[in-house]
Design a protein around this ligand. Structure first.
Ligand SMILES: Cc1cc2nc3c(=O)[nH]c(=O)nc-3n(C[C@H](O)[C@H](O)[C@H](O)COP(=O)(O)OP(=O)(O)OC[C@H]3O[C@@H](n4cnc5c(N)ncnc54)[C@H](O)[C@@H]3O)c2cc1C
Length: 322
């Protein structure tokens, strides 16, 4: 006898702020959710100190995500540590497969898979991850006590990262390809400017990584103080991120010109039964934050509840004939 895959009212892909909020709302609507996510807590969990989440004057991002997770445990929502590799639609029922070989069915889907950090695509960049190359200042800053390091980028993550690094490193360069910072939150920019050991290099790009067993220096595409090479033992690449849209593409979900999932105000996509929430969507423009992701998770769960309530037998029939 073959075992039928378990059927849910909503399958939520992700384990960040959007996914956990969606899971909590779905449970409170008394539909049957499952949360399947690759990495606990998403970007918030590695975001360091969070000072702009209401109710918590300051809290470590990891601890905040533990708080997000708590209600799911209370309501008995299954949270599976796995990567969703494919979602296909059969009538009104979705079939979900994971990297770990699990399969389930769901009447509706919430894509809350966030964004992938960009790389510089330089020779030895991948090889030296953990030997000087990092994409997470918050995670690796303490490893650079007394070193000289560089941060690449000009957005909020780069500016926050450089400020944090200034507390550990002896000297921090922040290298940005444009002529001034315009995108960071003013409060973060002010903190950067107050750090006396941070030097900004504008209109410059990193074109090579140098060293032996690990990073020892970087080359720029222009001279700074008479040299185009800088001796650094750490480079923190904070140059933005691309929405993870493989699953959306499989489902025929519409994307905008920067590959964000287009959603309406309830998080519905153009594909019936498929919702999306958080940083993977176009819902909050440039304000991609924990609070906006959480709110979108709540909205998407509401849309999933409405859809699942209107299609109570979608996966029952599918399971019966599978
Ligand atoms: C360094 C840094 C500092 C930040 N600081 C702040 C701050 O101070 N305040 C603030 O409000 N925001 C901050 N942010 C932004 C905030 O972290 C994000 O806006 C928020 O995490 C977005 O939540 P999300 O759930 O949409 O996506 P994410 O948090 O990115 O979560 C995506 C989830 O999807 C999972 N996933 C990906 N692909 C799959 C798949 N195929 N199957 C299953 N799961 C998958 C991931 O593993 C992850 O669990 C910061 C971000 C960074 C990088």
């Amino acid at each position: 006898m073959t075992t039928q895959p378990e059927a849910y009212d909503v399958a939520i892909a992700g384990q960040g702020a959007a996914a956990f909020a969606a899971g909590m709302y779905a449970a409170r609507y008394q539909i049957k959710p499952i949360v399947i996510g690759e990495t606990f807590g998403g970007e918030t969990a590695i975001g360091g100190l969070i000072e702009n989440y209401p109710g918590y004057p300051e809290i470590d991002g990891f601890d905040l995500m533990m708080k997000f997770r708590e209600p799911l445990d209370t309501y008995g929502v299954p949270v599976v540590d796995d990567k969703v590799t494919s979602i296909s639609k059969h009538g009104d029922c979705f079939e979900i497969d994971t990297e770990g070989g699990q399969k389930c069915l769901a009447t509706s889907i919430i894509l809350a898979v966030g964004r992938e950090r960009r790389t510089l695509n330089l020779e030895r960049e991948e090889e030296w991850i953990g030997r000087g190359v990092s994409y997470c200042s918050v995670c690796d800053a303490p490893l650079h006590r007394g070193n000289t390091v560089a941060v690449v980028g000009g957005g909020d993550s780069a500016v926050k990262g450089a400020t944090l690094l200034s507390k550990y490193a002896e000297k921090v360069y922040i290298i940005y390809r444009r002529e001034a910072f315009t995108r960071p939150e003013p409060v973060n920019l002010r903190r950067l400017e107050e750090a006396s050991n941070v030097e900004a290099i504008f209109n410059a790009n990193v074109i090579a990584l140098e060293g032996g067993d690990g990073l020892e220096g970087i080359a720029l595409d222009r001279e700074h103080n008479g040299a185009s090479e800088l001796d650094v033992h750490g480079i923190f690449i904070e140059i933005g991120a691309d929405p993870r849209v493989d699953l959306a593409r499989q489902l025929g979900v519409n994307l905008n010109d920067i590959d964000e999932i287009i959603v309406d105000k309830m998080g519905r996509t153009n594909v019936e039964g498929v919702m999306a929430a958080g940083d993977v969507t176009d819902a909050s423009g440039d304000l991609k934050q924990t609070i906006t992701a959480a709110a979108q998770g709540a909205l998407a769960a509401t849309a999933a509840y409405e859809w699942a309530s209107a299609h109570p037998n979608a996966c029952r029939w599918h399971a019966a004939v599978a």
